[in-house]
Design a protein around this ligand. Structure first.
Ligand SMILES: Cc1cc2nc3c(=O)[nH]c(=O)nc-3n(C[C@H](O)[C@H](O)[C@H](O)COP(=O)(O)O)c2cc1C
Length: 380
């Protein structure tokens, strides 16, 4: 366990990340939107789900293996796309991808990654998915997904729950906005976290330069914190099912819609020829009156689960939470904040430690449930 011997849970990793990161970055990762009702509701809903233990079953050789999109992986996890993971640790996206590779699970690269997908592919050896935010300029968006395909992305994950920017007041108070507004408070915050400043900002300046959104076209790219030089790469507020059609025609790999919460939308996704969906409320970071994915999953799985690969995320902090999503019918589960906390405290090793904790906890939960494989996990 090395230097992570004292990190026994995701909450331990969260607390350690809180000490390590400037407040403006920690809160950007950790918190929700508006009154943060959904973030607490996600937790309460997960906590309320009980699983049925079957006793006197030999669980010696139990397996967490999952088959997703025709490929078998050792566990049902996928590292979720998280913007600016590269601000949490030097080359943070590569660190996350290395941890994913070690665990044999896919890493989903965000459109708003600091590290370009080509470098992540070359330096991590991970199976990659690519998350897409559609830009106002659709031709440039198509060029971006061509680039992701060339780099070896197996799946395109179109995020459909972020039609507009969310309201997060603490980001404004902390001075974490784009464009960044220099403030005394933000300056003191950064100055009080010299380990982060040395590991992330100084190393960036000495190697690749001031962090930028790596996937933006060269001519529009500005340092993180400044406004983009063109509105062409602003997130489009007019993304519709026509865009799904366009992407389906162009993208030759698996196509996944992330952020579905109703049966109607899941059925539309199926009708548009997508391969999978992620039932998610974006980790309660966007719509503060959203239903929880745990509430939405059973009906969605009943409606489309035979034809689409149904994944889920939002709120996983324990192996038992993974088991809960699986019991509700999810085939795979994305992990957002937990692995970011891991990478914040120790790069790839920290992220691997967090994945190991989640795997150990899932294995223990399965053992006590008498579940030899994921499909044995049942609701109480
Ligand atoms: C700091 C941060 C940045 C995120 N950025 C993105 C993103 O760029 N695209 C996206 O589709 N989802 C993004 N998400 C949402 C995650 O992909 C995922 O849905 C969510 O974190 C799952 O909830 P959890 O953090 O409780 O595991 C982000 C989440 C966090 C915490």
């Amino acid at each position: 366990m090395g230097s992570f011997a004292h990190i026994l849970s995701i909450e331990d990793a969260r607390k350690a990340a809180k000490r390590r990161l400037p407040r403006l970055l920690f809160e950007y990762i950790d918190r929700g939107a508006e009154d943060e009702i959904s973030i607490a509701a996600n937790r309460e809903r997960l906590d309320a789900i009980e699983l049925a233990p079957s006793v006197l079953i030999d669980v010696t050789g139990r397996s967490m293996a999952a088959e997703l999109f025709g490929a078998v992986q050792p566990s049902p996890l996928i590292i979720a796309p998280t913007a600016v993971a590269g601000l949490v640790w030097h080359d943070g996206e590569i660190a996350l991808a290395k941890a994913a590779a070690k665990a044999g699970i896919p890493f989903c690269v965000s459109t708003q990654s600091i590290t370009p997908i080509e470098r992540i592919a070359a330096e991590s050896g991970a199976r990659l998915w690519f998350q897409l935010y559609v830009w106002k300029n659709r031709q440039r968006t198509l060029a971006l997904i061509d680039r992701a395909f060339q780099a070896g992305a197996e799946a395109l994950v179109l995020t459909v729950d972020t039609a507009v920017g969310p309201i997060r007041e603490y980001n404004l108070r902390n001075g974490f906005s784009i464009p960044l507004k220099p403030s005394l408070r933000a300056g003191i915050d950064v100055a009080l976290h010299p380990r982060w400043t040395a590991n992330v900002m100084l190393r960036a300046l000495l190697t690749s330069g001031v962090p930028t959104y790596a996937h933006y076209p060269d001519e529009f790219r500005t340092p993180i914190g400044r406004k983009s030089l063109s509105t062409e790469v602003d997130l489009a507020p007019d993304v519709t099912w026509d865009d799904v059609r366009l992407l389906r025609e162009r993208w030759k790999g698996k196509l996944i819609l992330k952020g579905i919460l109703t049966v109607e939308d899941a059925e539309k996704a199926l009708a548009h020829g997508v391969d999978g969906i992620v039932v998610s409320n974006h980790g309660a970071r966007n719509l503060d009156c959203a239903p929880g994915p745990t509430d939405a999953l059973p009906a969605i799985v009943a409606a489309v689960g035979e034809k689409l690969e149904v994944l889920a995320d939002s709120g996983v902090r324990r192996g038992a939470d993974i088991a809960r999503f699986i019991a509700l019918g999810a085939k795979g589960v994305m992990i957002g904040r937990a692995t970011l906390f891991g990478v914040a405290i120790g790069g790839a090793d920290g992220a691997s430690h967090v994945l190991n904790l989640l795997h150990q906890q899932l294995s223990a939960t399965m053992g006590m449930l008498g579940a030899r494989e994921l499909s044995d996990i049942r609701l109480a």
